[in-house]
Design a protein around this ligand. Structure first.
Ligand code: SF4
Length: 358
């Protein structure tokens, strides 16, 4: 198969596929796929190396605490995926014996683990276990649209089954079926490096003979531009609670966010609520606002500083707890920067520091 021959000669050297053994190692494949979900390859490479050095196998992550994990993935965004990876690693460790991980062998088995959906389960099971299931990301969608000269927006929901059928048909080729993980990686890499959104390098493409868009010279029309997602405007109120234990010893309130929260589930940070113009006034001072985006939400965050008197430090008498209905963890002010994992919280903290220093 020309595509696999192209891949064998041109594939990028990446730390999760250094050689034959590492490129099929379930742990390295899993970690890399989780990191690649929302982050570009050049950012993932050093993060992956840092992660594997700290957690060389699934048991190392299963034994780790959240405090061990946080600094290793700081700055990558979408922290929830790593919380899920942590939970899933504990499940694998629990069902495994003698230090030998018992991995799921099917796509459905991987999908049953926390945080693993259609795409990631297909990638891991095909790459590490030769399960013949196609992986379809944005790059593969573009390649398939051009092969079939589909001139519609590639993210139309009704195209999903079309992509699946086309990719499954390609994977039915005996050479692809013998190497489903390589076939999937070849398709993705072809989309990244050859069949690029503008100016595809058709002269170098191993699929050029079967490409309908190339024949019709319609590469620029297939696919049509994507349908832009509708962004929702949201206004948040962030409260940074601070108390002075002794002069010079400030502590800051951080809250653990659960799965019911709309944003930043599973992270620890400042309390936030949705702005309610009708709500009661806060006994806090307004520090400033900043803009931030999370998935399809454009957020305006208003940051308030609430000083908690030492006499009202704990329990429901704390004015902060009255608003938040939660008891926070009080962190020394000097440690806050390291504790924050989301960029929303980091932006709020930097705003507080700037105003404080001004
Ligand atoms: S021939 Fe050109 S347009 Fe067709 S798949 Fe290859 S790179 Fe893309």
């Amino acid at each position: 198969m020309r595509l696999l021959a192209w891949y064998d000669h041109n594939k990028r050297s990446l730390p999760w596929r250094v050689d034959q053994a590492t490129s099929r190692d379930p742990w390295r494949t899993w970690v890399s796929e989780v990191m690649l979900q929302q982050t570009l390859i050049p950012v993932v490479i050093p993060a992956f190396n840092r992660f594997i050095a700290k957690f060389p196998d699934v048991f190392a992550l299963a034994r780790a605490t959240e405090d061990d994990l946080r600094p290793v993935v700081k700055g990558l965004g979408y922290y929830r995926r790593f919380g899920m990876l942590h939970r899933a690693a504990r499940i694998i460790a629990e069902i495994s014996s003698d230090g030998n991980p018992i991995w799921p062998r099917t796509q459905e088995g991987w999908k049953a683990l926390p945080g693993i959906g259609e795409y990631t389960s297909a990638a891991i099971s095909s790459i590490a276990f030769d399960v013949p299931v196609p992986v379809i990301d944005g790059n593969v969608e573009r390649v398939l649209c051009r092969l079939e000269d589909i001139r519609q927006p590639p993210n139309l929901p009704e195209l999903k089954p079309v992509y699946r059928e086309l990719a499954t048909r390609m994977m039915a080729n005996p050479a692809a079926r013998a190497r489903p993980g390589d076939f999937n990686q070849a398709m993705m890499e072809l989309g990244q490096r050859v069949c690029t959104p503008s100016n595809p390098d058709c002269g170098q493409c191993p699929l050029s003979r079967q490409c309908k868009a190339r024949k019709a010279r319609t590469q620029h029309l297939a696919p049509a531009p994507k349908i832009r997602p509708h962004y929702e405007d949201v206004r948040l109120r962030l409260i940074v609670g601070i108390r002075v234990q002794q002069p010079g010893n400030h502590q800051v309130a951080l809250f653990r966010r659960d799965e019911k929260q709309k944003f930043l589930k599973g992270t620890r940070g400042f309390w936030y609520g949705f702005e309610d113009p009708e709500g009661p006034p806060l006994s806090s001072s307004f520090v400033g606002s900043f803009k931030h985006s999370i998935t399809k939400h454009k957020i305006t965050a208003d940051v308030h500083l609430m000083e908690v008197p030492p006499a009202k430090m704990a329990g429901t008498t704390c004015p902060l707890a009255t608003v938040t209905k939660q008891i926070p963890d009080w962190i020394p002010a000097g440690d806050v920067e390291n504790e924050l994992i989301s960029s929303l919280d980091s932006k709020a903290w930097r705003l507080i520091l700037r105003r404080h220093q001004a």
